[in-house]
Design a protein around this ligand. Structure first.
Ligand SMILES: [Zn+2]
Length: 402
């Protein structure tokens, strides 16, 4: 099998690939509202010849090609963030999915509908050319990632009997190969006081006065958090605060701050909680990890603590190296091996479950969630070629070692 043949067939399919991408960008799919888009994706998977297509309980769509022993999952979350201020889109409709000057524009095109479209068409070529004969390839359109990364994929793997040995994420890498990112834990710190009339404030206990030194200690904590050469620095910031008070003429009775803690290599939720408990001013206070609760489009209630573990796959791992080989053939140049700044569904696959995970997709990470999201059609086609070659490259490497 020559790469030229794969590239030739990817170019043959370019018009349907671009039309499919424009179709799924034009269907709004905010978190928990993905039903229409996953149905459109399922129809395309059926049309291009996937062996099996189905939905799961939390609204993911799963397509399968092949039945071999090397099990690879291409995961693409297909929910998007909102559009924000409609006036900020420069007169464009975020769901118009325009094709202009070789680029497709619109909400979610980078994050990550282009990866969805390219992996469906990679699945088509894998089947057509027999590139996955020793592989089972799942292509997943996963739900609800933007509100709680990892949740729907954790469900798919733990509850739906789909057990990949390797995962490739469709978060934007600009056609490079990524192998990790910082984790995150979202926490609250609460202080309690005693309400009193503001005119008799000496009779009350103000919880804000207990909280103020904690906030300043958190500012100092941020400066001494660990640094990792590959992932960057651990950080913490106060992101919100809430006060409960009977009126504006009262001493409040409860103060609560919300913390976003980014975890670098070696940092865990337990460590982050210990650091808060160890602050000099943390005496009469409590710290808790936040919970995320939502309802999937299928009607199923889902919930999870907001802990998203840090993960890194070693650079010499077979999955990283197979991806580098496949992508080099697809691009005609060697990809960088790097990491994301933001978080992904890898917090579930590699972070919680230890399944080797990487990222490979078109698009620029810094365009995600902006009004300037676009994908170059040329990159979309290269992504098809890279993803189509990857299972074969991986199976070859594993066979050589066996
Ligand atoms: Zn994303």
């Amino acid at each position: 099998m020559t790469v030229d043949k794969v590239r030739q067939l990817a170019h043959r399919d370019e018009a349907s690939l671009v039309q499919f991408l424009r179709d799924i960008v034009s269907i709004p799919s905010f978190s928990s509202q993905e039903e229409k888009v996953v149905r459109r994706i399922a129809a395309e998977m059926q049309k291009v010849g996937f062996d099996e297509v189905r939905f799961d309980d939390v609204g993911n769509v799963i397509g399968r090609v092949g039945n071999g022993p090397v099990k690879i999952m291409f995961d693409n979350h297909i929910d998007t963030v909102g559009v924000g201020d409609p006036g900020a889109w420069g007169g464009r409709d975020p769901f118009d999915a325009q094709l202009k000057d070789g680029k497709v524009w619109g909400r979610g095109v980078v994050d990550e509908k282009a990866a969805m479209a390219s992996t469906v068409y990679a699945g088509k070529l894998i089947k057509e050319l027999g590139l996955g004969e020793r592989c089972t390839v799942w292509v997943v359109g996963s739900a609800m990632e933007e509100d709680c990364d990892g949740l729907s994929l954790l469900h798919l793997i733990q509850k739906e009997g789909i057990k990949p040995d390797y995962v490739v994420l469709g978060e934007p890498t600009d056609l490079d190969v990524y192998r990790g990112h910082r984790g995150r834990v979202e926490m609250t710190v609460t202080t309690k006081g005693l309400s009193a009339h503001a005119a008799h404030c000496h009779k009350g206990i103000n919880p804000l006065y207990k909280m103020a030194p904690i906030v300043l200690d958190i500012e100092k904590l941020n400066e001494r958090l660990a640094v990792d050469d590959f992932l960057g620095k651990g950080t913490i910031t106060v992101s919100f605060m809430e006060v409960k008070t009977p009126s504006l003429n009262s001493v409040p009775d409860t103060a609560k701050i919300f913390l976003d803690r980014r975890l670098t290599a070696g940092e865990t939720m337990e460590l982050a909680l210990e650091q808060i408990r160890g602050l000099p001013s943390f005496r009469d206070a409590t710290v808790e990890v936040l919970r995320h609760e939502a309802k999937a489009w299928t009607g199923k209630d889902v919930a999870q603590e907001k802990y998203f573990p840090t993960w890194v796959l070693p650079e010499d791992h077979d999955l990283v190296q197979a991806a580098v080989e496949a992508v080099e053939l697809a691009r005609g140049s060697r990809p960088r091996v790097s990491r994301w700044v933001f978080s992904t569904n890898g917090v579930a696959t590699m972070g919680r479950l230890g399944i080797p995970t990487i990222g490979f997709a078109p698009g620029l990470e810094e365009l995600a969630h902006t009004t300037r999201e676009y994908i170059e059609v040329r990159d979309l086609v290269t992504a098809v070629v890279g993803a189509a070659l990857l299972p074969r490259k991986l199976a070859d490497r594993l066979a050589k070692k066996a």
